[in-house]
Design a protein around this ligand. Structure first.
Ligand SMILES: Cc1cc2nc3c(=O)[nH]c(=O)nc-3n(C[C@H](O)[C@H](O)[C@H](O)COP(=O)(O)OP(=O)(O)OC[C@H]3O[C@@H](n4cnc5c(N)ncnc54)[C@H](O)[C@@H]3O)c2cc1C
Length: 405
């Protein structure tokens, strides 16, 4: 394995978050060789949670070839959900009921942990608790959602099935059913990551950018990272948090990189009042999803496509965003909005919807974190917990859920 990664242009258009206030992160130029306990490669939301957690008791260095936060984190719509892309009932068939149940409970705990970190650290990132409304669609219809709500409730998760009359009365939506769940949230992902990196910096972490890790080699005592700055980073351990730019030599069975699109409306879009407190997504393929940001903007996404580079096509960006807006208007005819931002990005999918958080094969002292799917940010939290537990006392009881293969 070499530590170099495949380059990919992650965004087209301009993401809403690029204009957020409070994105400053103190960075340094790598002008000499450095030594540390843990090197974190990648300064997106995964690297930020990792650096925040590990800098409590390790001397941490973060390296990114771009300015911090400007990978897929900047493109994220940041629906902070514990509901995994694959329903619990379907995940149970794929990986067994015990593992699927643990994966759901762990995601729930991770979203709760994320909220606690934001509160404890006082990170201003537009965080808001939300319920989640999962609408019946062409992939999962009424009967599938009824069974799903029952399976979740049996686990103690706060999910109830709403029939069509309830759904119409409470939300004005015409569908054959939906699941209403509690415990999700929304936030500005770039401000969240910036806040975590600033806290890590205060705790002693050193953040170097721009600097590309071009090779990594391990020996019994640690890992040496060669960089394009010409100076090496020597670490006892390395964690690759490279988003969808998979490090070479890291197995990603069943993983695919696809393209996805998103838009944000101008502030104060005319919307039903309930939308301030709920995320909405649907059991369709591709699915439409949306939420309201703090300033009354609607943030809407979907129209995923298997091609990993389609997101770079500006004509497609226009067409996809027009389709997303049409779908939203058909679902909620009373909404009135104008599109302000439109962007696209690469997005990873795994066979199970679960991420890969695992040691790098054939490379001692190295871990790689790949937060696949629509729950990428929830998985960034889990990754920081699993890796920190492995470094501190030998392990996390759920680590097996996130080992590829
Ligand atoms: C349009 C869109 C909508 C999304 N919506 C949601 C959502 O609603 N909820 C949710 O939870 N998730 C969502 N996601 C997924 C989520 O955004 C991602 O899981 C998350 O951003 C991944 O963060 P990361 O830090 O792992 O990767 P990134 O943010 O991509 O960061 C990786 C960093 O590693 C750096 N890097 C890579 N290789 C090297 C190297 N060799 N040397 C130095 N640096 C390197 C890159 O420059 C980059 O900055 C969405 C994604 C997209 C694209």
């Amino acid at each position: 394995m070499t530590g170099a990664t495949r380059k990919r242009d992650l965004r087209t258009g301009r993401s809403l978050w690029a204009d957020s206030p409070g994105l400053g992160v103190p960075t340094r130029i790598l002008s000499e060789a450095v030594v540390c306990d843990v090197a974190v490669v990648g300064a997106g939301i995964s690297g930020a949670f990792m650096a925040h957690e590990l800098s409590r008791d390790h001397d941490v260095v973060v390296l990114d070839r771009r300015p911090p936060l400007t990978g897929s984190t900047m493109a994220s719509t940041a629906m902070l959900q514990w509901e995994i892309d694959l329903p619990l009932t379907v995940l149970s068939q794929r990986i067994g009921a015990d593992k699927a149940q643990r994966a759901y409970l762990r995601s729930f705990a991770a979203v709760s942990a994320l909220k606690q970190i934001v509160a404890d650290e006082g990170i201003r990132c537009g965080h808001k608790d939300k319920s989640a409304l999962y609408l019946a669609g062409d992939a999962y219809g009424r009967r599938a959602l009824e069974a799903e709500a029952e399976a979740r409730a049996a686990l103690g998760l706060d999910s109830v099935f709403l029939g069509p009359a309830d759904l119409r009365a409470r939300f004005g939506i015409e569908r054959t059913g939906a699941i209403l769940s509690q415990g999700s949230a929304g936030a500005d992902p770039a401000r969240l990551a910036a806040g975590l990196l600033r806290r890590a910096d205060k705790a002693g972490a050193r953040i170097f950018s721009p600097v590309e890790v071009i090779q990594a080699a391990s020996d019994p005592e640690g890992v040496t990272l060669l960089t394009d700055a010409g100076h090496a980073v020597r670490a006892r351990r390395v964690v690759f948090c490279c988003g969808y730019e998979f490090p070479k030599g890291v197995p990603t069975p069943g993983a695919e990189v696809i393209s996805t699109w998103a838009l944000a409306t101008k502030p104060r879009a005319r919307c039903p009042a309930w939308l301030r407190d709920a995320l909405v997504w649907e059991g369709s393929d591709p699915y439409l999803y949306f939420r309201m940001g703090g300033d009354g903007r609607l943030i809407v996404g979907g129209e995923d496509e298997a091609d990993p580079m389609a997101h770079a096509d500006p004509q497609k960006l226009k067409r996809k965003c027009a389709t997303i807006a049409d779908k939203l208007r058909r679902l909620l005819p009373e909404v009135e909005f104008e599109i302000d931002y439109a962007w696209a990005g690469a997005f990873g999918e795994s066979a199970t919807g679960l991420p890969s958080i695992a040691p790098v094969p054939d490379m001692d002292h190295a871990w790689a974190v790949m937060g696949f799917g629509g729950n990428g940010i929830t998985y960034s939290v889990i990754a920081s917990q699993v890796v920190a537990a492995a470094f501190r006392d030998g392990g996390d009881a759920d680590a097996d859920l996130y080992r590829p293969g």
